[in-house]
Design a protein around this ligand. Sequence first.
Ligand SMILES: Cc1cc2nc3c(=O)[nH]c(=O)nc-3n(C[C@H](O)[C@H](O)[C@H](O)COP(=O)(O)O)c2cc1C
Length: 327
Amino acid sequence: MFKIRDIPIDPPLILAPVAGYTDTLFRQAVKGLGGCGLVVSELVSTEGMTRNQDQSFHLARFEEAERPVSIQIFGSDPGRMAESAAMVQQMGADIVDINLGCPVKKVVRQGGGSNLLRDLPLLRQIFTAVRAAVSMPLTVKIRAGWDRNSINAVEVLKLAEDCGVEALAIHGRTRCDMFSGQADWSVIALVKENARIPIMGNGDVFTPVDAERMFRETHVDGVMIGRGVLANPWLLRQCHDHLSGNPTSAVSQRDKAQFMMRFLDRIRSEVPEPVALGKMKKMGGYLSKGIPGGAKLREQLHSAHSTDELLSALSNFFSELFQRVPS
Ligand SMILES: Cc1cc2nc3c(=O)[nH]c(=O)nc-3n(C[C@H](O)[C@H](O)[C@H](O)COP(=O)(O)O)c2cc1C
């Protein structure tokens, strides 16, 4: 357990923000499985929020069951960042987080996300403006630096601490690495060594043993996991079991099937049809990882023309699977 100001992050295992995936429905589902001390929203545009765009407010919505919940904002205009952070506070979230890691062109071209790692004067203005605008806990999520020749995570940490940021999550890749290669955990360890605030380590934790190794090798306060949880929503709980010295919760193919059916059905019932279909395909793509015949299932999901068709393909697939492989 560690605390972000007075908020206990217990267990110290965090669901990472993953745009397009970790919406309120997925966060609630993961939280319900246990082992998750904090959830972070997908990145929300401060341009969108301050221009009153519904889509941005939609991305920022959360339910009580998710608490503690952190809402992540991105942008490059200090005034709009401050205004959006104040809106997040008004919405009653527990933490506001600033995205300094997003590598995608659309975000970087507008000066936000990981682009700010190479403009520290602007970053200082943003931190100062946001800090002055909210009394709630403020955190940031960064990458190691812009590229391998400009790793400046410790400098960003010091700037953040100076400006009143209260915790920092670091993904051990640079912007230019995108998602290639391996996350460099030695940068995470260096940041932790130099930090006065709690540090969350992130990147390439896919098993409970990976999580244990990240704690051991970097001494971080918390471990944040993204893609591993999309493929295995029980991963945080399994990490918690393992770190507490207990046997790891077993998850059968039937558990996975049931989770997938229920979760995709919930998307259908809460999201309008065309959006739901796209979301169900995306989520189904990750959730079917590790299921025998998963590649065939992904093809079927991908070619579905409606949410009904998708759910019946899923149901047929699992009935056939359990006839062949009783579990
Ligand atoms: C599709 C995708 C979307 C992502 N969206 C966000 C985001 O909205 N905000 C953010 O800070 N990081 C985002 N990330 C980065 C993850 O939070 C995380 O740092 C990264 O995936 C490494 O952790 P992992 O190896 O546990 O997945 C995204 C990653 C992926 C693959």
